[in-house]
Structures are given as structure tokens and as C-alpha cells.
Design a protein around this ligand. Structure first.
Ligand code: PMP
Length: 427
């Protein structure tokens, strides 16, 4: 091997090379019979979307195989602007207030690269979608963590994601003149928490008071249950000018592999995201953007109506959630009922005797449990402590996350595994 006198790896990669998905996706592929780990549906994307893609592919417009506008295929940014005008109650310019990205991942990457500088602090609410932390660090910023604290109900009822709350004084103490931005993820992955108007109001007030930006990851905006409402922080007093809304067709239309995402926000912020975008990926597949545009056209026409996919999908997922809640509760793996998303966190503290202790291992219990479960029971999940900072992960090792965006047969197979496991334990 060639020897170099200088370090090979750029300094910005130091300490961020470990990644939960590499290890756990491989484990799931190798051992799982039922995969409720990574967040993607195993049911098909809706027919109208598949048909739109087929039309885009063979419909005679060969230019759909070529480059399109860098900041978003015109039909897609136009319909996104129309859609978000409705949601936000403000006029939007499709060319300056919307940009299409390679999934929400690249939208996030653009936010951090464009708006976070060396020495800036970025507040992250724990538990969080794991890429926020390395993305802040790669931009030269310092992540500052504030946890959602669980308050279990006293009446013995199952906990809800709403029982995980910010301590207002603790949150306020994290804001300083070094704070550049806060990352908000509502509905939240992994807990499924849907932030209330009061909670969003508190965050908004602090952002305005300290002149802080908000990167609002709303990829699960349509996946909200029990009649709850997703509230967009950008619609709160003083927030439009300082918020970037992040969305994903992957989650919205159950097509995670298409990797079409977007940002919506004021031009004063988006102009800098465009600079990062044009100097990195340039744009994502034209044909996928065309099909997503048609999907949104349909949804615009059916807005709020029973046939809308954004009405139907949460209805179906709520039933799947309830099924998984029941299956887990029946075996003593206490579920925390999610108000939104397609994730569910469950308490594994009653299963300690099932998993062999590994002497001298500093691996947290939830990691050991998840690995043991996939290898011995064929059921894949993700340890919750993967969604915490190094400093706090040891406080949250009694939980794992399941994804319930799955076919009924998949959820039934998961339930069978759990039932059989329980019978083995009691016999
Ligand atoms: N944000 C959150 C909260 C997510 O859960 C995900 C996907 N798991 C993403 C962003 C990335 O979305 P995409 O697949 O569109 O890049």
C-alpha cells in the first residue's frame, strides 16, 4: 500500500465514520425472516404514482431522459408551490421558495452546509434521526442536545409519544449567541411524537428571541393518527423567514427508493442552499420528478377528500399501528403509542433474562438485544440508543424501534414470532 506522509482522511470526517444503518441493514439481510428495522414500506407505491412513472418513461417526451432545471423540474416546483401555498396560507414563488433535492437527506445536507459555519451551535432534540449529528459536524458546527423526557402515565396505561416532552427551562438554557439553528422533526422519528401547538410555540419564541434558524424536517407530515393535526412551525408568528421546511416523496408516496425530496422556505435562506446543490449533486432524476409532480397534481385535485392518498395512507397505517401495539403489549414488550410516523418504540426491559450477558462488553443492552433477536428469532428492529448522542445514549438502552409500514402478512408474521417466543418463555 502506498504510504502517505499526510493523513488521508479529511479532518471533518473524524469521529463520524460509524453508521448504524450499515451494520443493522446487513444483519437484517443476513438473518431476518421479518424485517421491521429500516423505515420503508414493503407494500407497493400507489397505482397512480406507478402509472405516472410509466407514462413519463414511455409517453413520447424523450426530453424527460435529459437534464432538467437544476433546482427542480419546473412541473414539480410549480405544483409543490401551489400545494404549500394551501398548507401555509401564503404566496410562494416556485423558482425561489422551493427546491427539489435527492431525498430529504440531501435537503438536510444542503441546510447544514449552506447555513452552519465553523463555531456555530445547532440544537438537536433527542431522540433524533441519526444523520443530523454528523451533518452538523461535517459543516464545522457543534451539536447541542436537548432530550425529550418521558413522563409515564400514573394510571398504568400504555405510554404515548405525547408523554415525551421538552423541559421548557432546559430547552431555553441551550440557546445562546452561538446558536445558529435548531433541528425540529415533527412528526418525530423514532418516537412518532407530533409536537403540539404549545410546544412549537415555545420553540418559535426562542428562535425569534435569539435570532435562530429552524430546519424543520417534516417528512412524515401526512402520517398523523387519531385525528391529531400536524402543525407547520413556519406558519407560526415570526417563523417563515427563519425556517426551511424539508419534505420527501419517499415518505409521502411510499416510494423511498425514488429519492425525491424538497425544501420550501424564504429565498434569503434557499439562495444559499441552491449554491450547495448546484455545486454538488446538481439535480435528481428528471423522470422521477415528473412522476412525483403528477402525483401532487392528483393530490391537489383531491385535497382533503376521502380518495386522497394523504387521507387514505394514514388511515391504513393507523390500523397497522394498532395491530403492532396489540401484538407487542400481549407479550410484555410495552409499546409507546406513536401519534405519527410509521415507527413505534417498545420497552424491552422485561426481556433482560432472554439475552445472554457478554462480560466486559460496553455494548448497550438495546444493541445486544436487537442483534440477539434478529439472529435467534429472525425479527429485525433498531436499538433506540442509536438515536441519541454519545453522552446520553446510556440513559435510553431499554427500548427498540419497529417500523410498521408493512403488509398485513409481514405484521402477522412478526406477531407470530412474538407469540411463539412468549410461549417458549412460559412453558
Ligand atoms: N428525515 C427523517 C426524519 C427520516 O426518517 C428520513 C428517512 N428515514 C429522512 C429524513 C430521509 O428521507 P429521504 O429518504 O427522502 O432522503
Amino acid at each position: 500500500q502506498a504510504k502517505m506522509s499526510r493523513p488521508l482522511q479529511a479532518r471533518r470526517l473524524e469521529g463520524i465514520d460509524k453508521n448504524i444503518w450499515v451494520e443493522f441493514v446487513k444483519l437484517a439481510v443476513t438473518y431476518s425472516k421479518v424485517n421491521l428495522g429500516q423505515g420503508f414500506p414493503d407494500f407497493p407505491a400507489p397505482d397512480f404514482l406507478q402509472e405516472a412513472l410509466a407514462r413519463a418513461l414511455g409517453g413520447g417526451n424523450h426530453m424527460l431522459h435529459q437534464y432538467t432545471r437544476a433546482f427542480g423540474h419546473p412541473p414539480l416546483v410549480k405544483v409543490l408551490a401551489q400545494f404549500f401555498e394551501k398548507l401555509l396560507g401564503r404566496e410562494l414563488d416556485p423558482m425561489t421558495n422551493v427546491m427539489v433535492t435527492v431525498g430529504a437527506y440531501q435537503a438536510l445536507f444542503c441546510c447544514f452546509q449552506a447555513l452552519v459555519d465553523e463555531g456555530d451551535e445547532v440544537i438537536i432534540i433527542e431522540p433524533f434521526f441519526d444523520c443530523y449529528e454528523p451533518m452538523v459536524k461535517m459543516a464545522g458546527g457543534t451539536p447541542v442536545f436537548v432530550p425529550l423526557r418521558p413522563n409515564p402515565p400514573k394510571d398504568g396505561k400504555l405510554m404515548s409519544s405525547a408523554d415525551w416532552q421538552l423541559d421548557p427551562a432546559e430547552l431555553a438554557s441551550k440557546f445562546s449567541e452561538r446558536t445558529k439553528a435548531i433541528v425540529l422533526n415533527s412528526p418525530n422519528n423514532p418516537l412518532g411524537k407530533v409536537f403540539s401547538r404549545g410546544e412549537l410555540g415555545l420553540i418559535a419564541e426562542l428562535c425569534v428571541k435569539h435570532d435562530v434558524l429552524c430546519f424543520s424536517d417534516e417528512v412524515y407530515e401526512w402520517l398523523v393518527y387519531d385525528g391529531k393535526q400536524h402543525i407547520r412551525i413556519a406558519s407560526l408568528q415570526g417563523m417563515w423567514d427563519r425556517t426551511v421546511i424539508i419534505g420527501s416523496a419517499g415518505k409521502t408516496f411510499s416510494a423511498t427508493g425514488w429519492k425525491v425530496g424538497w425544501v420550501v422556505g424564504p429565498d434569503r435562506l434557499l439562495q444559499h442552499l441552491r449554491t450547495v446543490h448546484q455545486n454538488s449533486v446538481y439535480h435528481c432524476a428528471t423522470i422521477a420528478q415528473e412522476a412525483v409532480a403528477q402525483g401532487f397534481q392528483r393530490e391537489l385535485m383531491l385535497y382533503g377528500k376521502p380518495d386522497s392518498y394523504f387521507v387514505q395512507l394514514p388511515k391504513e397505517l393507523q390500523q397497522k399501528r394498532d395491530w403492532l401495539v396489540k401484538s407487542l403489549d400481549a407479550v410484555g414488550m410495552k409499546p409507546i403509542i406513536p401519534e405519527g410516523t410509521y415507527f413505534l418504540v417498545a420497552d424491552i426491559s422485561q426481556f433482560k433474562s432472554d439475552v445472554p450477558d457478554v462480560p466486559n462488553s460496553d455494548e448497550p443492552y438495546d444493541y445486544r438485544f436487537t442483534k440477539w433477536m434478529v439472529k435467534n428469532k429472525g425479527l429485525a428492529a433498531i436499538p433506540l440508543s442509536a438515536f441519541y448522542s454519545e453522552a446520553h445514549k446510556n440513559n435510553y438502552t431499554n427500548f427498540i424501534r419497529f417500523c410498521f409500514a408493512k403488509e398485513e402478512a409481514t405484521l402477522k408474521a412478526a406477531s407470530d414470532i412474538l407469540q411463539k417466543w412468549k410461549q417458549e418463555k412460559t412453558s
